[in-house]
Design a protein. Structure first.
Length: 204
């Protein structure tokens, strides 16, 4: 169980949200919804340990993630809304780089196939479309076992067939007891519940 209690997030001099609570449970996706500026991306970055909450706590099975940040980082995969591909590398080389960075094997064929990228494995990513680059980023989810997936607009630039491939991968993860927290404006065919967030940014 991954939870946030009484969280306050401040970016610069602005309070993005205050007193926010959530619980992410195995097998059920927590979908973040709300207008621009409501703090969906900030909450994902807090959950990934990339930002520090001004107030409140994030806990894994009751233990604060600040007690062992490295262990928390090792149990999650974070895919932001920007595609972090290296354009000079092929799709296969990008995934192999990410896999080695995470301590995994260099063989990435299965991850490529999971998002329908097998035929593009040896194409340099500067030649890929926006949707293909997005699928390449999402293929990182299949590189190594990670209990928690943190996803910021995972379906942006994807066509219907690619959304279905991603949803199948996500359903398999949830079915195996995984956790997903995702900010998305697209309805996904996943078991889940919604955390409605509202824009209340103001001066700290």
């Amino acid at each position: 169980m991954f939870a946030g209690n009484d969280l306050t997030c401040i970016r610069g001099e602005r309070v993005v949200f205050r007193g926010l609570d959530f619980v992410a449970a195995p097998g059920v996706a927590l979908v973040l919804q709300g207008p621009n500026g409501a703090g969906k991306s900030s909450l994902l970055r807090l959950a990934a340990g990339l930002l520090t909450a001004a107030e409140g706590a994030l806990t894994w099975n009751g233990t604060a993630i600040t007690q062992d940040p490295d262990a928390h980082s090792a149990c999650l995969v974070y895919v932001g809304h920007l595609d972090a591909v290296k354009p000079a590398l092929t799709a296969r080389e990008n995934l192999a780089f990410w896999s080695r960075l995470g301590g995994g094997p260099a063989e990435v064929g299965g991850a490529l196939e999971s998002l329908g990228l097998g035929p593009l494995a040896d194409v340099r990513t500067r030649l890929l479309s926006a949707g293909e680059r997005r699928r390449l980023n999402l293929a990182r989810l299949a590189l190594r076992p990670a209990k928690l997936w943190l996803l910021d607009e995972p379906t942006v630039s994807l066509d219907a067939a690619s959304v279905a491939l991603f949803a199948a991968l996500a359903r398999a993860h949830l079915g195996a007891g995984g956790l997903i927290i995702a900010a998305t404006h697209v309805a996904l065919d996943l078991p889940g519940r919604v955390l409605a967030m509202r824009s209340n940014a103001r001066a700290a």
